[in-house]
Write a protein that binds this ligand. Sequence first.
Ligand SMILES: [Zn+2]
Length: 423
Amino acid sequence: MLVIEAKLKGNKNQYKVLDEMILTGQFIRNSCLRYWMDNKDVKRNDLQKLCSVLAKDNNFPWVKKLNSQARQASADRAWQSIQRFYKNCRQNKPGKKGYPKFKKFTRSVEYKTTGYKLSADRNKIEFKDGFKASVFELWTSHDLVWYSEQQISRVRVVRRADGYYCQFLVNAQRKEAHNFEGNVVGIDLGLNTFYTDSNGDFVENPKYLRKSEKRLKKLQRRVSRRHEKGQKSQSKNYHKARKQLARQHLKISRQRKDHAVKTARALVESNDLVVYEDLKVANLVKNHHLAKSISDASWYKFVTWLEYYAKLHGIVCVAVPPHFTSQNCSNCGQTVKKSLSVRTHKCPHCGYIADRDHNAARNILAKGLEMLGAIVNSTEGHSESGGNPKATGESDLWFNNSNIVNLSHLCERRIVDDENPAS
Ligand SMILES: [Zn+2]
């Protein structure tokens, strides 16, 4: 699956129509939720049926203007949030279960395979349902030309602070050829650097993000200053500031994504194994003082992209539990206690000296290799001779299915390497 995004270029009236399309999708979703709340034993099929009932209802003449598959997709959205709620209840998830809510500010509407037409050169899209939004130019850096219409399974119209976009969901297997050179790396996601690796190299935190956030704060203050309490309608200046703020949020999220993508891809391209520490980012962000730097660094996004590229390249990416990686000596294994402010690891037992994060990254890599060893052994049926069974049990928790699949690949490689010591 591949998502290709293009900006929609049209005129003001056309954009208004897109808004109506999005609102209609929201109306259908909310109506489905209402129906689910008011009736017992509602199934997905009941919601689909409700779509056609709504389309025939003269009280809501706009519903039938929306393409029938797009109507169904909106009902499916309601169904998904209902399912999510049920699942959380079944699993007895602590905290809020996410009871489905009515949406007030939906930003997108989804088409499947009908209701629109792409031009042969893929530079234009025409929406052909009852709304008659008609033809938009498509601005994208990706070449949609390479994909047939059969490969496009969904088209989503998205409203953002700086305009309207079209996302194409393309059924295409993306695989990258990977140069296996035997490089393995552990990374310590840090505050002083974006990450430091087990070779002692590091990637800096991007400064432009700090800059962008300064501006964000300024715009935030402007919006609250211009907001008149208790007034139903706000001034022109307020709305102007509000839009500026929304655009700045968009800019930052794009910058974050850009940085995360580039850094993750570079790391995966030059390694066959990447080990990182599962930091439970959500817990850390609650800590007020660290919050800023952490959200800045956007580790969560980075790790998501790391997993994505690892899959694409067919390499192994492992998360290890965060225990004592900064306190232990990566050379002799002894515990060397230090507070957050101590930047250098100096081992009194073996004399090893390294940057604090470099030492941590070495520990992280060692932990990852240990876990891999445990799993490889247990898959080969030597779990007893393969050392500590606790490590195997523990590591299961940290591996997801994708890693297991990739792991088999690594095992194969190991066998090949054993047969050809020269390779
Ligand atoms: Zn030591």
